[in-house]
Design a protein around this ligand. Sequence first.
Ligand SMILES: [Zn+2]
Length: 283
Amino acid sequence: MTLCYNLFDPELLPLWRIMSFVFGACIGSFLNVCIWRIPRGESIVTEPSHCPKCGHGIRWYENIPLISWLALRGKCSKCYGAVSSRYFLVELLTGILFYLLVLKVTLYQQPPAILIVYFGMTMLIVTTIFIDAEHGIIPDKTTYPAMLLGVVTAVIFPEIWSTASRLEALWYSLAGLSLSAAALTLVAYVGKLIFKMEALGWGDVKYLAAVGACLGLGATFFAVFAGSLFGSVVGIGLMFIRKKGLKTSIAFGPYLAVGTFIWMLCGERFIHYYLNLFQYLDP
Ligand SMILES: [Zn+2]
């Protein structure tokens, strides 16, 4: 309860929100390591960070989120080789997303523990956007820990699922996980039968099962709906630009990821409007 009181103390709110950006930027720095190493099968813990061009070991003061990249003007301090702007972008993006989530949780007075799930999910979202867009995969090393996070936090902090019972919360999380997995496995098989191509990859199915475990079945369906919508809009846009019939497959993961974040930020509002709609229709 003290954590709850402190988090919502009006005097401390601006501090919490700024801290959430700084914390997010630091997590983004770690995600950069994941985005580079996981698809290449490298360990994310054992090796210290080094310049991929000259092997120069990166010192702590060259590894300060956002600031170091700007100070070194996007170059390695030894070989002056360009350091991808993705490093800066991922840190900035993660900082902004964490900030928005803390803003939402404090405004809506949600249980503070929900931030653990939101932050974990944001880590999956950011890695999915960058890894899937570049390599066309969503690695198990990112989706399995997210599933575990959803289930474990449900038992430790049942208030995330708006209940006092740990067993009930565990049930909600497991139901979200298994029903998402079952529904999307079906979609993947049927899609393959009808379109004769992989409409939904297994990486996408596991990603959505993780969404179900952390945020519930409603989030899974919303992510699929919003993701399909964004994907279609971008796909049609690309078709006009290229003018030829589009056949290059676009990774679905980044769109699912954007849909998931929108759900975390304002999912409750959608449910509210949706339920209100039926209230008006009801005579
Ligand atoms: Zn270098």
